[in-house]
Design a binder for this molecule. Sequence first.
Ligand SMILES: *[C@@H]1O[C@H](CO)[C@@H](O)[C@H](O)[C@H]1NC(C)=O
Ligand SMILES: *[C@@H]1O[C@H](CO)[C@@H](O)[C@H](O)[C@H]1NC(C)=O
Ligand SMILES: *[C@@H]1O[C@H](CO)[C@@H](O)[C@H](O)[C@H]1NC(C)=O
Length: 208
Amino acid sequence: MVLIGIIPFFTFALGTWQLKRLKWKVNLIDELEEKLQLQPISLPRKINLSVIPDFVFRKVVLRGTWDHSHTIILTPRVREGIHGVHIVTPLVRQNGTTILVDRGFVSKENASSPALQQELGEVEVLGMLRTSQSRNLFTPDNKPEDGKWYWTDVDAMADYVGGEQNDVQPVFVEQIFEAETRLKKGIPIGRPATVDLRNAHLSYVITW
Ligand SMILES: *[C@@H]1O[C@H](CO)[C@@H](O)[C@H](O)[C@H]1NC(C)=O
Ligand SMILES: *[C@@H]1O[C@H](CO)[C@@H](O)[C@H](O)[C@H]1NC(C)=O
Ligand SMILES: *[C@@H]1O[C@H](CO)[C@@H](O)[C@H](O)[C@H]1NC(C)=O
């Protein structure tokens, strides 16, 4: 009986706590969406890594050539019910450091399509600055030596691509663009330009 008596208070406390979390998350998403609306910036030749956290979700414009030979394939990824992979290719910036670009989704059957390597000359890339994504309990370890990558570990990826001695910086950009035309050509597709931190706090509030 005592236990049953306590439960309403306990769940009320949980609900209140989730309301606080909801407010915090809404503020955070507003702030990031505002950031995303700002004009794209171009990145300096050598990027000051300690400043990156302040620029996450900012749009950036990059120029350079793809280093297709060091492409990293992130698996497994799903887009609109289709199984596939994400293609991460280093972009060698003219007179600047090399950074990593997640060029987006491609279906499993097209994961080794020659279309992935069809952009050879200098390209201009519009993207969004990101950092390493947290993995959950079920995400396996990356095995770079076997070419198996399951989560974005920016530092490990930069090392794999050549590391500091080859002017590779652990900077990760997700390419942004108009999707459908590319899917049809078998070219990777970037994510939409939105902030998609999971916001489940309202449903927790109601549950509790
Ligand atoms: C990088 O940015 C930090 C913080 O703004 C600054 O303290 C530091 O001097 C910068 N480093 C370089 C090499 O510019
Ligand atoms: C890159 O460097 C070369 C020679 O060092 C120079 O000719 C060229 O204009 C530079 N390009 C840019 C975009 O700064
Ligand atoms: C794979 O690429 C081809 C064109 O190269 C395209 O016709 C096909 O629809 C693509 N497959 C999927 C599942 O997107």
